[in-house]
Ligand binder design. Structure first.
Ligand code: PEP
Ligand code: MN
Length: 339
């Protein structure tokens, strides 16, 4: 960490800062440069509060130099590869893994129909929400445990792995029993008790970017899961909230190449929640594959109007087939395969 002072050779201020660094954070420091205006802090600086040091009168800037996340950083390794099954590996640079299914699980028969629709296009991971994070309390909240039992049954029936969103730390046992992958939704990206709970699980976790989260905050959330003992973490860009109102969220496709530089974790994109309209999902999905996403998570339904949740963005059969045809071509163009 480098602390730059406004004035040169301010012995009293230098002493004050060095004492604070030593006493509060146990960090040694050295004054560097001829002008005696820069303090270099050494040792483990992860606990040092940048805002506190920066607020001291006479301090011009504080630069952490190192990123605040360690385990999620690309400096650790090049790529994390998550083997969901023998034929379904997320994070392999040659693969684009497609996850598909309904927004929420409404009934066994409709879920089965949707799973068949996904399976027909080679999808190996079935999504479906049982505990739904709805903006208002009067909207359908999901079938809860009953829904998890249904997705387990559909997964077994169609030979697919399953993923569903967990909202509470105390539900971890249920999810361990019924699904193969855990989803942390955008609204819970900074639910730290939940992050700590999934960190204790052996199941892979898909962590969605919060509506107003920076990439650094996303990676720090991932760091909670990694540092808690679960190395199987993948990130999901799903659009952020901006001043734009025509599109449901602003899909930040630039985050894919940016995250690729910052982290070794697999990067997925959710074009469904970002776009919010059936007819726009395909184009966003193609864009995601073109910029290097490791996977897509797409909401589909045989009859979107029958869904209790997100009907406008669910792909019907025709749009789903069209979307898969298009992303298959884009994947091929960038030297990858859809799986
Ligand atoms: C979902 O994938 O079901 C969902 C609610 O998405 P998000 O958390 O990104 O809003
Ligand atoms: Mn949805």
């Amino acid at each position: 960490m480098l602390i730059v002072l406004k004035q040169r050779n301010d012995a009293a201020l230098i002493h004050e800062i060095q004492e604070l660094l030593k006493k509060k954070y146990g960090c040694p420091s050295h004054v560097i440069g001829q002008n005696r205006r820069v303090i270099a802090v050494t040792g483990d600086t992860s606990g040092v509060e940048v805002s506190l040091i920066g607020s001291i009168e006479g301090v011009r800037s504080v630069d952490r130099v190192d990123r605040p996340y360690k385990l999620a950083s690309r400096e650790q390794k090049n790529r994390t590869v998550i083997r969901v099954r023998k034929d379904c590996v997320i994070g392999d640079p040659k693969n684009v893994v497609v996850i598909a299914g309904p927004c929420s699980i409404d009934s066994q028969s409709r879920l089965d129909e949707t799973a068949a629709m996904a399976k027909a296009r080679g999808v190996k991971i079935l999504r479906g929400g049982a505990f739904k994070p709805r903006t208002g309390p009067y909207s359908f909240q999901g079938l809860g445990e009953k829904g998890l039992k249904m997705i387990k049954r559909s997964g077994e029936k169609y030979g697919m792995a399953t993923i569903s969103e967990i909202m509470k730390p105390e539900d971890i046992g249920l999810f361990e029993e019924y699904v193969d992958l855990l989803q942390i939704g955008a609204r819970n990206m900074q639910n730290y008790d939940l992050l700590k709970a999934v960190a204790k699980s052996r199941k892979p976790v898909m962590l969605k970017r919060g509506l107003a989260a920076t990439l650094e905050e996303l990676l720090l959330a991932a760091e909670y899961i990694l540092s808690g003992g679960n190395p199987h973490v993948m990130l999901c860009e799903r659009g952020i909230r901006t001043f734009e109102e025509e599109v449901r969220f602003t899909l930040c496709l630039g985050s894919v190449p940016a995250l690729r530089e910052l982290t070794h974790l697999p990067i997925l994109v959710d074009p469904s929640h970002a776009m919010g309209k059936m007819r726009w999902v395909k184009d966003a999905a193609c864009g995601a594959v073109a910029v290097g996403a490791d996977g897509l998570i797409i909401e589909i339904h045989p009859r979107p109007n029958e869904s209790s949740c997100d009907s406008a963005q669910l792909l019907d059969r025709e749009h789903w087939n069209d979307c898969m045809d298009a992303v298959t071509k884009v994947a091929k163009a960038v030297g990858k395969r859809i799986c």
